[in-house]
Design a protein around this ligand. Structure first.
Ligand code: FAD
Ligand code: HEM
Length: 411
């Protein structure tokens, strides 16, 4: 356990960290990648470039920890999210001292004289305390992934057995184990990690949600092509998958992870509201397909917001579900329709998938909400649900980037 004096010091330095947090974390990353280049491939280089999202994530985690060091329950959910993310990227106990040493050295280098030996020692203890919690949870995740029937630890080679174009931007990859072995059950909503060679000869990893239901003889990911502009390069992995990964190619895949999933053992009567925008359809489709089978009595509302029908994936799959399952209400919302695209589909309309629209589909606001999509969509929905007073236990979301970015924007 941490001593009271450590707790006091860490809590009293929270405001300093809040002020210096982002600078500190930026310094920390530069330092760590210089002294320990072996950990660089674990981090997405684009996250280091685009507005420093990971810098903010770690800075925020440190500040939250400082503010709640004597109340770890508040951090419980964050610990699960971080542990799942770390496990998906194969972060191991040996990595923690590397991060810890560079973090403490950075505190000294950035805060200068303000970082007294007492403060540095207290942070060293506090870091070790949180590291132990994360390491323990991560070891459990690794163990349970490996022990499942069809499960594995580390990366396993998969062959692309089918590549299917779903829309102008999105292509699905059906992945079957090269060793022809079994596949594990996963929870609808979870993601895997794909590891591919990087341009500099190392490797790089990205998470992709599983877009089909558990229980198939393949895992399916559906990937949106990320296109750059002007000085911004194209997304590395998505374009590599689209352009250079054909049927028959082998890729490395980590076991399913993630704390965003539908728990089918929870049988509520209140409606289930599934909201997707753009590529955010991937985990939501897996949840939708599972829910219509597992919860036949429960009203389900599904909304997919897209730029236009040309970039929309899986519409025919969802249309078929709507025909088969009377408890399912489906709506499609489009940002922009060109003249030739005026819709004959009664479920489709032009406009946003915002609070007003969602409310119009529900008998009341009391529902379980699952949502995933690009940042502006997520921020709006998240803020609206908070304003509606929906309890946190009924609000579930996946964000294709660091979670803290979303919480900050919603504030
Ligand atoms: C839990 C989770 C689930 C996900 N599920 C899916 C899914 O189902 N389908 C899916 O398509 N994606 C999914 N993603 C996103 C996915 O992991 C990748 O982030 C996405 O494919 C982009 O990766 P990339 O390598 O193509 O782009 P990156 O190379 O990582 O670049 C990301 C963005 O930054 C821009 N960029 C790159 N380099 C720079 C630079 N130097 N300066 C400025 N900008 C730059 C790129 O143009 C691109 O828009 C998920 C993410 C998470 C966290
Ligand atoms: C106590 C220690 C640590 C804390 C509090 C912490 C916290 C976090 C947080 C908050 C995130 C973002 C999660 C999200 O919202 O998606 C994250 C991601 C990540 N962490 Fe940690 N972490 C710790 C230790 C480590 C260690 C030891 C490593 C190993 C090198 C590591 C590697 C990563 C990587 C690679 C990511 C994803 C980054 C990306 O997307 O580029 N972390 N961590």
């Amino acid at each position: 356990m941490l001593s009271q004096s450590t707790i006091d010091i860490v809590k009293s330095t929270a405001p300093i960290l809040d002020e210096q947090g982002e600078k500190l974390t930026r310094h920390f990353y530069e330092r760590m990648f210089k002294h320990n280049p072996e950990v660089a491939p674990y981090f997405n280089p684009a996250h280091q470039q685009v507005g420093g999202t990971q810098q903010r994530a770690l800075a925020a985690a440190i500040c939250a920890y400082a503010a709640n060091i004597d109340n770890l329950e508040v951090l419980g959910e964050a610990v699960e999210l971080i542990a799942q993310k770390h496990a998906s990227l194969q972060i191991k106990p040996d990595h923690y001292p590397v991060v810890g040493e560079n973090l403490l050295a950075s505190i000294q280098e950035v805060l200068g004289g303000a970082a007294t030996p007492d403060i540095v020692e207290a942070w060293g203890e506090a870091y070790g305390f949180l590291a132990d919690i994360l390491i323990a949870r991560e070891q459990e995740i690794y163990r349970s992934s490996a022990e499942k029937t069809g499960g594995w630890e580390g990366f396993r080679r998969f062959v692309v057995s089918r590549k299917v174009i779903e829309s102008d931007l999105i292509t699905s990859f059906y992945l079957e184990p090269e060793d022809k072995g079994a596949l594990p059950e996963f929870l609808p909503g979870q993601y895997v990690t794909v590891r591919v060679p990087a341009a500099d000869g190392t490797s790089t990893m990205r998470n992709y949600s599983l877009s089909d239901t558990p229980g198939k003889d393949y895992l399916r990911i559906s990937v949106k092509r990320e296109t750059g502009a002007d000085q911004v390069p194209d997304g590395y992995v998505s374009n590599r998958l689209h352009d250079r990964t054909e049927e028959g190619a082998a890729i490395e895949v980590g076991p399913p992870c993630g704390e965003f999933f539908l728990d089918v053992t929870e049988q509520h009567q209140r409606p289930l509201v599934l909201l997707a925008a753009g590529i955010g359809i991937t985990p939501i489709l897996s949840i939708l397909q599972t829910a219509v089978q597992a919860m036949p009595e429960r009203p389900i509302v599904f909304v997919h917001a897209c730029l236009n029908p040309r970039v929309q994936a899986f519409k025919s799959v969802v249309d078929a579900l709507a025909e088969q399952h009377p408890q399912l209400t489906v709506r499609y919302r489009y940002d922009e329709l060109s003249d030739g695209e005026l819709l004959s589909d009664a479920n489709a309309s032009e406009g946003l998938a915002d609070a007003e629209f969602i409310e119009s589909l529900l008998p009341g606001k009391d529902a379980d909400y699952y949502f995933c999509g690009p940042r502006p969509f997520m921020v709006n929905i998240y803020r609206d649900l908070l304003q509606w007073g929906i309890p946190a236990s009924q609000v579930h979301f996946e964000f294709f980037g660091p979670r803290e970015e979303l919480a900050k924007a919603a504030e």
